[in-house]
Design a binder for this molecule. Structure first.
Ligand SMILES: [Zn+2]
Length: 488
């Protein structure tokens, strides 16, 4: 034990951990980057951002290049190559930002301003030291330029300490994430030698609401569909014909009932057949997550939850069927005594490994057919309607699969331990409930992909007055230093 302690102290003494960058210099460089407008559709300014980021990394001895595709913002690549290294770890962030409505902003979105915790502007350039609770306000200060300056500053810290990395680092900065990454798949296909590293760390999004850092290991997939159930070809008096002419609203709600119960359990046959069991490591991580259920119930004004009382994050490990909307007829003052001609519902499924949109489509359609329906893909004509007792139109959206990296991989443990050693023991989140196309990075070689955000949870990302709290930037730099130096 004693020996271990001595070794650890020695490690700290020789490590760049705990060494700080010149904070004024970091902020000065950062506000210059934030001053460049960065909508993915604004090609000239996107090019200026890409050039600025290249210069920022070239200055630090990183060799950079641009990946390009016609009509797409370039991807900025930076490589730190280490002689003899056998692994390349990629760090991803995006340099584009969400559209802005300047009228909603307290100051212009691309004119960075520092404010204190009370919201008063501060003259940080002439301040002796920077209060860690101050925040920089500008579009993309939180989402997602902070990791870019953070990684650059971490390289400075390493160099000042005379330290090198043991693995190759590859920086990958995308320029159209906020536009839905429409070219990401094409980029991955065109540049496999660059975009197939041994592991990915995606630096995007906010830290946990408790202000602790988090490491996210997965995201659910998604697929949506539109259902239309048909009744008579014209609206009918429900006094004359009710009980005899089929009511499409009743049929549709029965169909939905047959697919999902009130606790969220999906009743479609074999639906859980492809669902991976929750691993022990995942179970332990969920048990250790800060509990949010009581606060959320209060905030949402609900007395009970679905899922038979299981915690939120355990339910997010399962697939979900959500009814997004249902439409037919009228209610209240507009209600009429009519049997409607059709009823529509919009549904989405959240998917977990190893489900895919295709596997789910097959099971759902088998289920609908088992309920006696004939499925059509386009709006049926009167003859088709007259020929089938139960007719439904099913139209699927495209969707994409889930992704999840095991928590007990050596790489996962290594990242979590390095963060903990840097004083930022992360909340380990087995999966996001929402969907992001993490699978693009993971496939086809089942590459480990982790999400490591550094921005404050209250950074107003995607909204007006987006900001980054300085302490989050400093914490992020600490963690990048720990990873750059410690990754093996
Ligand atoms: Zn983002």
């Amino acid at each position: 034990m004693k020996r271990l302690t001595i070794l650890f102290v020695l490690f700290l003494a020789t490590s760049a951990l705990g060494q700080k960058p010149d904070q004024h210099a970091v902020v000065a460089e950062f506000v210059d980057l934030l001053a460049i407008p960065n909508l993915a559709s604004d090609a000239p300014n996107i090019a200026r951002n890409a050039a600025a980021i290249r210069a920022m990394f070239e200055k630090r001895g990183v060799s950079t290049r641009l990946l390009t595709l016609d009509g797409a913002p370039p991807i900025v690549i930076g490589d730190v190559r280490v002689p003899g290294a056998t692994r390349t770890i990629a760090f991803y962030a995006h340099y584009d930002g969400q559209p802005v409505d300047p009228a909603q902003w307290k100051s212009a979105p691309w004119t960075p301003v520092m404010r204190d915790a009370a919201g008063n502007e501060v003259d940080w350039r002439n301040a002796k030291s920077l209060n860690p609770e101050w925040r920089i306000y500008a579009r993309s200060s939180g989402d997602d330029k902070t990791p870019i300056i953070g990684m650059a500053a971490a390289l400075d810290v390493l160099r000042a300490a005379g330290h090198k990395t043991a693995v190759n680092l590859r920086f990958v900065f995308e320029g159209e994430e906020e536009a839905g990454s429409p070219h990401l798949a094409a980029y991955l296909a065109k540049y496999p030698e660059v975009l197939r590293p041994d592991a990915w760390i995606l630096c995007d999004g906010p830290v946990h609401q408790s202000r602790r850092m988090q490491l996210v290991f997965g995201a659910r997939g998604v697929v949506d569909l539109e259902l239309t159930v048909y009744g008579p070809v014209k609206g009918l008096h429900d006094g004359h014909y009710g009980n005899w002419v089929p009511n499409p609203i009743v049929r549709l709600t029965h169909l939905i009932d047959s697919m999902r119960d009130e606790s969220g359990r999906i009743l479609i046959a074999h639906f859980y057949g492809d669902v991976q069991r929750i691993s022990r490591a995942e179970q332990e991580a969920i048990a250790k997550m800060p509990s949010v259920e009581t606060d959320l119930k209060r905030e949402f004004g609900i007395a009970a939850t679905e899922g038979e009382g299981l915690p939120l994050n355990e339910m997010l490990m399962l697939p979900a069927l959500n009814v997004r909307g249902i439409q037919s007829g009228h209610v209240g003052a507009q209600a009429s005594n009519t049997i409607q001609t059709e009823a529509q519902a919009s549904l989405d499924f959240r998917l977990v490994p190893a489900e895919t949109p295709e596997s789910v489509k097959t099971l759902v359609e088998q289920h609908i057919e088992t309920q006696g329906y004939t499925i059509v893909r386009t709006t049926p004509d009167a003859a088709t309607r007259a020929a089938h007792a139960k007719l439904i139109k099913v139209v699927w959206g495209s969707g994409y699969p889930p992704a999840r990296t095991p928590l007990d991989l050596p790489f996962s443990n290594q990242i979590a331990s390095l963060m903990a050693a840097a004083g930022h023991d992360p909340v380990r989140v087995p999966t996001l409930g929402g969907s992001i196309p993490m699978y693009l990075f993971q496939q086809p070689a089942n590459t480990p992909v982790l999400i490591l955000p550094i921005a404050n949870h209250d950074d107003n990302q995607h909204a007006a007055n987006e900001n980054i709290r300085l302490q989050n930037l400093w914490d992020g730099i600490d963690v990048y230093v720990a990873l750059f130096e410690g990754l093996r």
